[in-house]
Design a protein. Structure first.
Length: 463
């Protein structure tokens, strides 16, 4: 029974902003404990979250998994919450006690009924939806770039006329990626729970997000009132696909630069500061000009003079520098369509898994030698086992092609991934040469590479 007098409820700490109805159950039980209607000792060390409806039934709350994880980290002995939220919260490997009404919670706290911890929710059934690589005819360079991107987690930019398969290739990428680890799965599920986008099941596959080019900065990075994760964070541990890249707002694209580098979105607004995880693999597609047909052998470009240049200038140099792989996806001749389809996703995914296993073993060796995290730029040559011939090609390329420090490091990382896909322990000149061909337009690159290889080997490298 609620006391017939004025009651003051203190939600401490006062400096922490609080919102939402998830405090209802905790406030009600606190009042009942303060008035001696339930034993206060039973609430000791117990986390409580739930929204109360007018008839006393409990409604589910958002971010139940995140609440359970936080309660476990704070040393709580369990979480009391709505029955509908309990299976999701139980994914944290933590005792979660489900109740359907306030009356049930009172009876359990009085010891009048038993309450077994809720079993964790099951895994989300994947709808399938990924494009099989066998459906992509032709495009050997783009298919190879996609495999390298999947094996090394590299950002990929595809440029070409409309209708040549750029979006199809992007939607084939999730099928090449390995399932999430348990820790990664809980991270991703927690984000989707906070956004209210999960059905309570554990997400086991890397997410794939493809926002429209009209998306605002807040929609992409997060924010709002109340603040929530954006598309960048919803793609955490997965793929963020930006189709029609130059059509996105310039401020939106420039805002991506820091999160792509750091793997987190940092936001500061009046009264609160938030950090959202955002370790994503960025895949983007773009037309070469407004009409889309610049460089297409089938149809002439109809853009007015200077339009293509202005269109490309929508993408800044620092943003483009964050794409490890940049490939041209051109028109596929009719005879290519009649040929036998390329490798299916399962075979390519097997090579990707093998390459990632080599990377995992190498990272373990690096850490065993005292390295922390990913190798720093000054340690890359040693950590990546770069051969002398490969180092010479890379150094000459950095000078001739005017690669930035970030660009040079990304070329080396791509070359290391190519070597892993080929089962090589060291990075040679051929690996570096292939990595370089994904940094520049083909015409400009072929002449530059030919000069580099002649100066070092006396004969051109095949790329």
């Amino acid at each position: 029974q609620f006391p017939a007098r004025r009651v003051t409820v203190n939600l401490a700490p006062a400096a922490l902003p609080k919102e939402g109805a998830g405090f209802d159950l905790a406030i009600a039980l606190g009042v009942l404990a303060a008035t001696g209607q339930i034993p206060a000792g039973r609430l000791e060390g117990l986390a409580v979250a739930g929204e109360l409806s007018l008839d006393g039934t409990l409604r589910p709350v958002r971010a139940a998994l995140a609440m359970a994880v936080a309660a476990r980290q704070e040393g709580c002995r369990g979480l009391l919450t709505a029955a509908e939220s309990a299976p999701e919260a139980a994914l944290a490997g933590f005792p979660v006690y489900p109740v359907r009404t306030l009356a049930e919670a009172i009876r359990w706290l009085r010891g009048e009924m038993e309450l077994a911890p809720a079993p964790p929710a099951g895994d989300r059934e994947e709808a399938g939806g990924w494009v099989d690589l066998a459906e992509v005819r032709g495009q050997p360079v783009a298919r190879r770039a996609l495999e390298i991107a999947a094996a090394g987690g590299h950002n990929l930019l595809m440029v070409g006329p409309p209708g040549v398969g750029k979006s199809l290739l992007a939607r084939a990428l999730p099928g090449l990626l390995p399932p999430l680890t348990l820790e990664e799965s809980l991270e991703v599920t927690g984000i989707y729970s906070a956004a209210g986008l999960t059905g309570g099941e554990r997400i086991t596959r890397p997410p794939f997000r493809a926002p429209h080019h009209s998306a605002s900065r807040a929609a992409l990075l997060g924010g709002g009132n109340p603040p929530g994760p954006g598309e960048l964070s919803l793609a955490h541990r997965g793929v963020l696909f930006l189709d029609e890249l130059p059509e996105f707002g310039r401020d939106v694209l420039e805002a991506l630069r820091q999160p792509l580098e750091e793997g987190v979105v940092r936001m500061a607004r009046a009264g609160w500061r938030l950090t959202f995880p955002a370790r994503v693999q960025l895949v983007a597609a773009a037309n070469p000009c407004p009409c889309g047909y610049l460089g297409d052998s089938r149809q002439p470009c109809t853009c007015p003079p200077g339009a293509a240049t202005r269109y490309r200038e929508r993408l800044s140099g620092p943003l483009l520098d964050r794409f490890d792989l940049q490939v041209w996806v051109g028109w596929v001749p009719p005879e290519e369509w009649a040929r036998t389809p390329g490798e299916e996703t399962a075979r390519v995914a097997a090579r990707v898994r093998a390459a990632r296993e080599r990377q995992r073993r190498r990272q373990a060796r690096w850490q065993a030698r005292g390295g922390a995290g990913a190798p720093r730029p000054r340690d890359l040559y040693r950590a990546m086992a770069l051969e002398q011939a490969g180092a010479a090609v890379l150094e000459q390329a950095a000078e001739r092609l005017r690669l930035s420090l970030r660009g040079r490091d990304r070329v080396l990382r791509v070359a290391r991934t190519i070597a892993d896909l080929g089962g090589s322990e060291t990075v040679g000149a051929a690996h570096v040469a292939e990595a370089l061909q994904y940094r520049l337009p083909p015409a400009e690159l072929s002449g530059a590479l030919a000069g580099l290889s002649r100066s070092f080997h006396g004969s051109p490298l095949r790329v």
